[in-house]
Design a protein around this ligand. Structure first.
Ligand code: GLN
Ligand code: ZN
Length: 746
């Protein structure tokens, strides 16, 4: 057999091994450096990624995905999608205004990139934009790549279906596709003239369940692009393409890159077969997992695939979702370190897999064997999980029986979502404590000062349920991860969340247990300063899971249940410490929702079960709150209802009254705090604005259901913004209470 099994990548980290791009961007934004300096850093970071891939021996290297802020924004600019409000600006000023807003000009909307934790800027196709090509910069980059990589250079083009499907469209999708397609044809012709051998057309939108609705348009577009005569590699990451498999596999392209790490791609291939004239680039190295390949999982699949098709070995998606290199991590125990594979290690895995499949070089799974001995299962925990019964997933009494036993509060109770401003001073405190410059006693004393101040402010203003402010938390996941077993932390494991914002998710590598209370001290300190009830504040099991890199040797559901049991014990401790109100935040629950409708029910079943396992042990007299940072609820309302939380606070401020309408239509019976103002904006609301919101709430919800709170935590705001905003909340509620009190007496 002469199969060569080429290797390929479809995108690489682009923030710089030492976060060079972040520093360069922030210096540029502060006007400390000029555009040339920024672009020089950008090119260095990009070229460093190219060289790493080349030196690892990758045959087809995806090029052109590196970005100053967001690759989707880059394509908006290249395709002329510049909304009128940015027309007066030029160059980088315009680019960054689209990304971050400018004086009086709102930025493009930002939202999550499929089910990843990356956020992109939503293209806007308004009636006033027209297709205009700005490809010079892209073509110049491809030429730079060719100088370094020669024939290995494969330009990455974000395809028209995805660009337009994700855009805010004021015109029909089909019309937009017809209008913008000629630009793509022009681009492919230019790339052909540069002598590239292949282009990657990235079309993740083809995994969306309703893709078949646009089948004729997509087929016509593919035919028009194929007519240029440049071989196309259709790259479809993040899931399988479902029922669309036969016609998508038949599109006139040279080959396809499919994701074998999610969904059912292997089963679809078995069912439908593979066209003999196309290569299959099998995304078997998971671009979203930090773990080394287990040969036992992947090799049988590869051997089978080789029988079907001209096979390439590929990462399942861009490697932008994992950190640069595990080699940079020097503080992790060897058995754990040896089973990690970040971007650089994944390149070597691709090449090693090829050798295993083509030259029968044995694959070494021994690091996994050593790891299993290093991180054995917690026997007691596993037994507890195995013996759970339905009763563990339910509060002892239904809501109607619980509510009278819970706190009696004034109408329209006032509360906040938990965090208060994370000022430079507060961050400094944590950093100095971490570096050992501050004793634990001094650190705690300083934290307690902030707690006292925050409690005093809330009490003084007239809030009903107070919080301690979360000053001890750098991040709502990391804080808990550090207190639990089974989590590991990297020193350099940064991945881009958006623009210059990078996060360092913890890695869940072993069974999760709770050695001791995690939040009780701060709760007690806060409660010691007031007679008003203080809320205990926890991050929920699904959010802890979804915002970490999970282990993959046991199902996600089992990891979520382990986390749930740890939180359940924490809730019991908080109750013993006197908490009558406890909030379990689940902002990440919805974002893990699978794309395919038939997999949604299963996801919602186990995630809601995890929440119920965490909270089911709470006494009837304990009022359990949850918080979610989004408003698109229509499709998940039954699941939200099944959480059985006594009170739910939601983001609502940016979304008319759709959420309220949906809750009302559903007949949601428990209490709700729809956010009364948008904490993501620096605009400070006044009491008239808040009062108007409350009047809208009252049209949809019963008075007894309504809570009053901001729409998320206040950690990103300043005290100067928070104090007047909270004062406005109280003033509005007082006016409403007075009005209704008087009406009641008449
Ligand atoms: N309790 C958290 C806070 O107030 C909730 C944050 C979130 O929902 N993302 O910051
Ligand atoms: Zn929130």
């Amino acid at each position: 057999m002469t199969a060569s099994h080429d290797t390929q990548t479809v995108g690489y980290p682009r923030i710089g091994k030492n976060r060079e791009l972040k520093r360069a961007l922030e210096a540029f934004w502060k006007r400390e450096t000029d555009a040339d300096t920024l672009l020089a850093t950008f090119q260095q970071v990009e070229e460093d990624g190219w060289r790493t891939q080349r030196d690892a021996g990758i045959d087809h290297i995806g090029v052109g995905d590196a970005t100053l802020y967001d690759h989707v924004l880059d394509w908006s600019v290249r395709l002329g999608l510049i909304p009128a409000r940015f027309a007066a600006l030029q160059g980088l000023d315009r680019y960054f205004a689209m990304a971050r807003g400018a004086e009086g000009i709102p930025a493009l909307e930002m939202t999550k990139w499929f089910d990843t934790n990356y956020h992109y800027l939503v293209p806007e196709i308004t009636a006033d934009v027209s297709p205009t090509a700005h490809f010079a910069e892209f073509l110049a980059r491809i030429q730079r790549a060719q100088a370094l990589l020669g024939e290995r250079t494969v330009p990455i083009v974000l395809g028209p279906v995805t660009m337009l499907r994700l855009a805010h469209l004021e015109i029909p999708f089909e019309t937009a596709l017809a209008q913008w397609l000629p630009l793509y044809v022009e681009l492919l012709a230019s790339l052909k003239a540069l002598g590239v051998r292949e282009v990657q057309l990235h079309e993740p939108a083809l995994i969306l369940p309703d893709v078949a609705d646009s089948r004729p348009q997509i087929e016509a577009a593919a035919a028009a692009l194929a007519a240029v005569g440049l071989p196309l590699n259709l790259v479809i990451p993040f899931d399988d393409v479902g029922d669309a498999f036969p016609w998508i596999a038949a599109l006139p392209v040279a080959g396809l890159t499919l994701d074998f790490t999610r969904g059912e791609t292997a089963a679809l291939l078995e069912r439908y077969g593979w066209p003999a004239d196309k290569f299959l680039a099998a995304g078997v190295v998971d671009g979203r997992s930090v773990w080394r390949v287990r040969g036992a999982d992947v090799l049988p699949l590869l051997r089978e695939l080789a029988g079907y098709a001209t096979l390439r070995l590929s990462a399942s998606c861009s490697l932008q979702f994992v950190p640069y290199s595990a080699a940079l991590e020097t503080a992790l125990p060897a058995p754990l370190h040896d089973v990690l594979a970040f971007a650089e290690e994944k390149l070597h895995e691709l090449v090693a897999l090829r050798e295993t499949v083509t030259a029968a070089r044995p694959w070494d799974d021994s690091p996994w064997e050593r790891f299993r001995a290093f991180a054995p299962a917690e026997v007691a925990l596993r037994q507890r999980l195995a013996s759970l019964t339905a009763a563990d997933f339910s509060r002892a009494e239904p809501y109607a029986a619980r509510r009278p036993q819970q706190l009696a509060l004034p109408p329209f109770p006032l509360t906040t979502i938990g965090s208060f401003p994370q000022t430079a001073e507060v961050r400094q405190l944590r950093a100095r404590f971490k570096r050992g410059e501050l004793s634990e006693a001094a650190y705690r004393a300083a934290l307690d000062g902030w707690i006292a101040y925050t409690v005093g402010v809330q009490e003084g203003l007239g809030f009903d349920v107070l919080v301690h402010g979360e000053f001890e938390r750098s991040d709502m996941v990391e804080y808990f991860a550090e207190k639990l077993t089974g989590f590991a932390f990297t020193q350099h494991g940064w991945v881009q969340s958006f623009g210059s914002r990078y996060v360092r998710p913890p890695i869940i590598y072993a069974d999760v247990t709770r050695p001791g209370p995690m939040t009780v001290r701060e709760f007690e300190v806060a409660q010691s300063f007031t007679r008003k009830p203080v809320k205990g504040m926890l991050t929920g099991p699904v959010t802890l899971l979804n915002w970490s890199f999970p282990r993959t040797d046991i199902p996600r559901q089992e990891v979520a249940f382990q986390l749930a049991l740890a939180l359940r014990a924490e809730i019991a401790d908080l109750e013993r410490a006197g908490a009558r109100v406890i909030q379990v935040d689940e902002p990440a629950l919805r974002e893990g929702l699978p794309f395919k409708p038939d997999r949604r029910a299963a996801y919602l079943a186990w995630t809601v079960d995890a929440f119920r396992l965490a909270t089911g042990g709470a006494a009837s007299a304990t009022q359990l709150h949850t918080h979610m940072c989004y408003a698109e609820f229509g499709d998940v309302l039954p699941a939200i209802d099944r959480l059985d939380a006594d009170v739910i606070s939601l983001e609502n401020a940016r979304s008319g009254d759709e959420t309220l309408r949906a809750l009302a239509e559903y007949g949601y019976a428990r209490e709700v705090g729809p956010g009364v103002y948008d904490i993501h904006s620096p605009v400070i609301p006044d009491d008239a604005f808040i009062l108007e919101k409350l009047r809208v709430f009252r049209r949809h919800l019963a008075d007894a259901q309504i809570w009053v709170n901001p729409d998320c935590g206040l950690k990103t705001r300043t005290w100067a913004e928070v104090l007047p905003a909270l004062r406005a909340l109280v003033a509005a509620v007082q006016r409403l209470r007075a009005e209704l009190g008087k009406a009641g007496q008449d």
